[in-house]
Design a protein around this ligand. Structure first.
Ligand code: ADP
Length: 199
């Protein structure tokens, strides 16, 4: 099963992707995690990406598309399926992804948006910054967060009508508790599995 999780910074995508990975076995592909790994490893991509990420801007479409397109063709991901978390983040990325998926004959089973209230988002990220104590992400401060939410609004949110227009978008209330959100997601995923069993 292949899934795309959509939603703004701090909406809980990462947490939920992890839970779905544990329960269903698809592999969580977080472009943010992959880029942070590249930064930590000091690769060429990492060196270019660091400053961009620290100020809350988006790394170039070319770079992230390259990373994801390579990864989704690897044997483990092909065998187990994937959960895209943090990608696509621009309409150009979404279109490129569609093109590659068609070329490779890979289908997406669900595109799910975690919907949230913007004011609550700020509260959540401020908490996240506090809770993680000294181990704070370089881009997890209130200022960069604002920037990331603006970037989401300007560059990422336009993907939603693109998917919705094609009748492909499902929505889950991301303001519910972590447990409730997981349950809503599981209902969506299990519904499909149940339908397949009956067919
Ligand atoms: P969050 O969802 O908390 O904002 P992520 O971990 O998904 O954070 O991403 C952190 C940063 O990594 C982004 O602010 C951006 O700079 C970069 N990044 C991640 N995914 C993409 C992407 N698909 N396109 C461009 N930049 C990305």
């Amino acid at each position: 099963m292949n899934i795309i999780l959509m939603g703004p910074p701090g909406c809980g995508k990462g947490t939920q992707a992890q839970r779905l990975q544990d329960r269903y076995g698809m592999i969580q592909l977080s472009t943010g995690d992959m880029l942070r790994a590249a930064v930590a490893a000091g690769t060429e991509i990492g060196k270019q990406a660091k400053a961009i990420m620290d100020r809350g801007d988006l790394v170039s479409d070319e770079v992230v598309v390259g990373i994801i397109v390579d990864r989704i063709q690897e044997a483990d991901v092909q065998a187990k399926g994937f959960i895209l978390d943090g990608f696509p983040r621009t309409v150009a990325q979404a279109k490129k992804l569609d093109q590659v998926l068609v070329e490779k004959g890979i289908g997406i089973d669900h595109i799910i948006e975690l919907t949230v209230d913007e004011a609550a988002l700020f509260a959540r990220i401020e908490n996240r910054a506090k809770e993680s104590g000294g181990d704070v992400r370089a881009d997890d401060n209130a200022e960069t967060l604002k920037k990331r939410i603006m970037v989401y609004r300007d560059q990422t949110a336009p993907i939603l009508p693109y998917y919705d227009g094609a009748g492909r978008l499902e929505k889950v209330d991301g303001m519910a508790s972590i447990e409730d959100v997981t349950q809503q997601l599981e209902e969506i995923l299990d519904r499909r599995a149940e339908a397949a069993r009956r067919a």
